[in-house]
Design a protein around this ligand. Sequence first.
Ligand code: NDP
Ligand code: MG
Length: 381
Amino acid sequence: MKKISLLGATGSIGWQTFDILLAHPEDFKLVAFSAGQNIEKSREMIEKLQPELVSMQTEEAAVALHKEYPQISFTYGAKGLVEVATHPDSTVLVNAVLGSVGLESTLAAIRMGKTIAIANKETLVTAGHLVMAEAKKYNAPILPVDSEHSALFQSMNGENPKTIERLILTASGGSFRDKTREELKNVTVKDALNHPNWSMGAKITIDSATMMNKGLEVIEAHVLFNMPYDNIDVLLHRESIIHSLVEYHDTSVIAQLGTPDMRVPIQYALSYPDRLPLQGGQRLNLAQIGQLHFKEVDFERFHALKLAYEAGRAGGTMLTAMNAANEAAVALFLQEKITFLQIEELIENVMNAHNNILLPDLETILHVDSETRKTVVGMVK
Ligand code: NDP
Ligand code: MG
């Protein structure tokens, strides 16, 4: 029985994690979770899984829920995320919170030697060197939840890492994959939120449309698997059936395939090194699919991906600046305060003006993160 702390329980990944925990009560026990604003879903999770500790984003929500469930401990805010992540009874942290807000709680859980199942890619982008160094020091396994990274991880099982030639991340291309740059000028938030293959949270759906998501994933792959950027490629694959591939020295390529269902990589991170049956999982029928398509990426068309490679190669606080600029710009786009193409314009302006600091400590990262968010808002005003 693995005991779990879950951050971002009410989100897209968090709710699918809930589904897995409900399906496998003999394997997993939820001891603590955090939510943002969603009280309804928090209630449902409390009633079905009876955790010991719950953190809400605001104090009001925590106080209100505590009146309804006096037997459960409640906390809130940034300290609440850390308390959930470091709950003494859990051995696994599933981090499915959105954005770099997940960084400090991840580091705190690592320092307790917990296993980290990480969906929260922004944490790995903004502070990958700190997270991986602490994970090594405290012997805390970091297991990927992102489907591409889970596919890479599964395709490396039992292999000698020194024999890996190249990592190939597949990309569906997002909501606007068939549009030209000219056609992107007038797209709306509603259009952007309509992803062809995956149903996800709003921010990552926009990131998929700009392809910044793939850029964040290239950096995530560099961080998790210690692979140089020159050996990480992106391949357009519209069906999202091959979730990513690993090429070896001897030219062999090993990939992981399946119907698009995030519960597969979430559950694998929880059950690793074992596998569990997936309740209601749809089996892959290649004969029925018939054809799979692949295409090289055009970096002029997907400019944000190019920016992410540049930030990755620069390293240091350039990564924090790029990630924070993206988080801030996507939030502004979702509020309909900027256009779709302004997202990458703002990121590029931030990166051009940024004075890079290599190997930053946590304090520097947090400072650059908050300053960059203010800069982006200022640029729009
Ligand atoms: P969602 O927006 O659906 O969920 C985010 C979760 O975080 C919710 O529980 C939300 O609470 C909570 N939250 C948001 N802001 C805060 C905050 N400031 N403080 C505390 N809690 C907060 O996101 P996703 O599930 O889509 O994504 C989560 C992470 O997983 C991201 O890093 C994303 O890139 C990554 N990921 C997601 C995939 C997907 O399929 N969705 C695939 C691969 C990676 P509430 O809703 O209650 O307000
Ligand atoms: Mg992904």
